[in-house]
Design a protein around this ligand. Structure first.
Ligand SMILES: Cc1cc2nc3c(=O)[nH]c(=O)nc-3n(C[C@H](O)[C@H](O)[C@H](O)COP(=O)(O)OP(=O)(O)OC[C@H]3O[C@@H](n4cnc5c(N)ncnc54)[C@H](O)[C@@H]3O)c2cc1C
Length: 415
């Protein structure tokens, strides 16, 4: 495949570059480019406010939620134009993090299953970043196996009454709305008794408890529901069809995560190229070079695998399982790279501080962050199952509870 821009793509790229150069918050460029994988803390500005400001500016000029229809606050761009935009947006794309779940997963789900009124009301402020959305799927007993979830919704006239708990909800603490999947019928097999809804995170009975992470940050939360009322008009899809609806969300999640994988390779290469040891520059050491060489090979593999995605997008196709490969390889690579950098730092590796730590503490943050990259959006094992079943055609995982009514599955808890 020819990876050069077509004439239309080149025009789009030039236009995007010109607008970004004229409008991007240049005062944040240096800090954003130095921000390690998984940690952005701005000294002078509040990150959420800076993110909202940049998103709104993009929306006002027609550069937000590019692939969405114009009526919903997007630009009606092709998927390949979306890729070009993110290449041009560069470090400023880090400001888009709070909107990824809304625009990458919730928006497409509302677009596919919401009423016309819901689409008109909720999609434009989601595109402009004025309203932030989160995804309430995972539960203590339903993570990889989302269909094992227990939070229930019971019908009461035109409302549903919700009780239970979600966990690992990224951004719930600053979100305005969320989409959530609930058990509406425990008498049928687990995939068949689920229904999808959306709700305001300010609804009475919603309690959000931030989870403190190893990094010291609190990016995700436990969310408790006590007799929360959701109007039936906020149902997405048919009653009992929540599993199918969630597949739309999850397919978009894998794509959103898989299309922009971070590995830590550019960071470790730059670090080794400049690190002076007792025996000279680290990059001149044979053992270091051997490690860098093997990561460089993997990095190239990831790059060309991601080109398959770009190539599929440019032909109007939906990317296939290559996103699972990218996620699987990049997560463990990032963890190895961070651990190796800390080995190189020796005793000073214990200092993780941005000002006093070696390399601004970026590898310490990367190490603390990397396990989550191997879990969020599908664990390594689930990625391997997908590759085994859908790429290699191996026999499927054994699923003994698939056809058993949910409330008859042996468990120590209650359905
Ligand atoms: C940074 C981060 C952000 C997140 N944000 C959100 C969010 O916004 N909203 C949300 O709903 N969730 C979110 N999650 C949750 C995430 O989707 C789940 O953590 C993930 O799906 C795994 O589920 P679990 O943690 O319950 O682990 P489990 O599913 O309990 O898995 C435990 C272990 O068993 C293995 N395992 C499970 N099933 C199989 C199998 N069939 N074959 C082989 N091995 C298996 C897993 O690989 C894992 O090692 C987030 C997680 C992280 C880390």
């Amino acid at each position: 495949m020819n990876f050069d821009d077509t004439p239309q793509e080149a025009t789009f790229r030039a236009e995007a570059r010109k607008w970004i150069q004229a409008n991007a918050p240049k005062e944040l460029e240096q800090e954003l480019s130095q921000a390690g994988t998984g940690r952005i803390r701005l000294r002078e500005a509040n990150l959420l406010e800076a993110s909202k400001k940049w998103q709104k500016k993009k929306a006002d000029a027609g550069w937000a939620a590019l692939s969405w229809p114009k009526d919903y606050g997007g630009r009606g761009s092709t998927p390949i134009e979306r890729v070009i935009w993110s290449q041009e947006e560069g470090v400023y794309s880090k400001l888009g993090a709070p909107f990824l779940i809304g625009q990458g997963m919730c928006g497409p789900t509302i677009m596919a299953f919401g009423t016309d009124d819901a689409k008109k009301k909720y999609l434009p402020p989601m595109a402009s970043g004025e309203q932030i959305w989160c995804q309430l799927f995972s539960e203590p007993s339903g993570g990889s196996d989302v269909a094992g979830l227990r939070t229930r919704a019971e019908r009461d006239g035109n409302d549903w009454i919700v009780n239970g708990q979600k966990i690992w909800t990224s951004g719930a603490h600053y979100s305005d709305y969320g989409i959530l999947i609930l058990r509406t019928d425990p008498n049928v097999p687990k995939h068949k008794g689920l229904t999808m809804f959306f709700l305001s995170m300010k609804s009475p009975g919603v309690e959000i408890r931030p989870i403190k992470q190893a990094s010291g940050q609190s990016e995700f939360n436990e969310v408790y529901f006590t007799n929360v009322r959701i109007p039936d008009s906020q149902r997405l899809g048919n009653v009992g069809d929540g599993w199918n609806v969630s597949l739309t969300t999850l397919m978009n999640e894998r794509f959103a995560i898989g299309s922009g994988v971070a590995t830590g390779f550019p960071e470790i290469f730059e670090y080794c190229a400049n690190l002076m040891t007792d025996d000279g520059l680290a990059i001149d050491n044979r053992a270091v070079r051997s490690k860098l060489a093997s990561w460089a090979v993997k990095n190239s593999g990831l790059k060309y695998t991601s080109y398959r995605t770009i190539s599929a997008l440019s032909k109007g196709e939906r990317p296939g399982p290559e996103n699972s490969i990218g996620k699987l390889v990049s997560g463990s690579m990032m963890q190895d790279i961070a651990a190796f950098a800390l080995d190189l730092q020796g005793a000073s590796a214990v200092v993780a501080d941005v000002d006093q730590g070696d390399a601004g503490g970026r590898f310490q943050t990367m190490l603390l962050r990397s396990p989550s990259a191997r879990i969020a959006g599908g664990t390594d094992e689930i990625m391997r199952n997908i590759i085994a079943e859908r790429v290699l055609g191996l026999p499927g995982d054994i699923r003994v509870d698939k056809d058993v009514p949910f409330n008859k599955i042996p468990t120590r808890g209650r359905a």
